[in-house]
Design a protein around this ligand. Structure first.
Ligand code: ADP
Length: 160
């Protein structure tokens, strides 16, 4: 059974994240989405909200996709789950420096754990959670970037 962890803030999940999970599921029997609890900046959505939105996206017909929150070091979380592959998505060259640094740091902390990168679909290469949040705040139509449940949740936030 091949398992991998896809970790991130997912504040909120976008079609770019979903594209990476879909690609990863073709190579791994189980993809465990790990939603990071301890963010340096305050997220728009609480950990419970972020997890609940991801669960709405990956319903029963998406077997092999699991979601949970975690705090602390990703490497410790991976060890606890006995999973030694971390998935990350790459959009553009601009992602590379940070991802390279993270992957090598994680490897030096635990040489057994490897990071696998998936290239996003070109149409999501400029898409990020922060861009989607800005667009939603300015009342732009974001339906091409996120699932319906996420655009509804973003619109509700703007009225709170
Ligand atoms: P983090 O704050 O840890 O970068 P994100 O939720 O922003 O968390 O992203 C999680 C992972 O998903 C990262 O590897 C990021 O590069 C990737 N990712 C984010 N947006 C996209 C996208 N549009 N296409 C592909 N990968 C993406």
């Amino acid at each position: 059974m091949k398992k991998a962890i896809y970790a991130g803030s997912f504040d909120p999940i976008t079609n770019g994240h979903i594209d990476i999970v879909t690609r990863a599921r073709k190579m791994f029997d189980e993809v465990h989405i790990g939603v990071i609890h301890n963010l340096t900046k305050t997220p728009l959505f609480s950990i419970e909200e972020r997890i609940s939105l991801i669960k709405k996206v990956f319903t029963d017909n998406n077997q092999g996709v699991f979601v949970e929150g975690f705090s602390g070091l990703l490497i410790d979380y991976a060890e606890k789950k006995r999973i030694n592959t971390i998935i990350r998505g790459l959009r553009a060259v601009s992602d590379f420096d940070y991802e390279f640094q993270m992957a090598l740091t994680n490897r030096s902390l635990n040489p057994e754990i490897d990071t696998v990168f998936f290239m996003t679909d070109a149409k999501y290469s400029y898409l990020s959670s922060s861009l989607v949040k800005q667009l939603a705040h300015l009342k732009a139509n974001i339906q091409q970037f996120v699932p319906i449940c996420v655009s509804t949740a973003l619109n509700q936030k703007n009225y709170e």
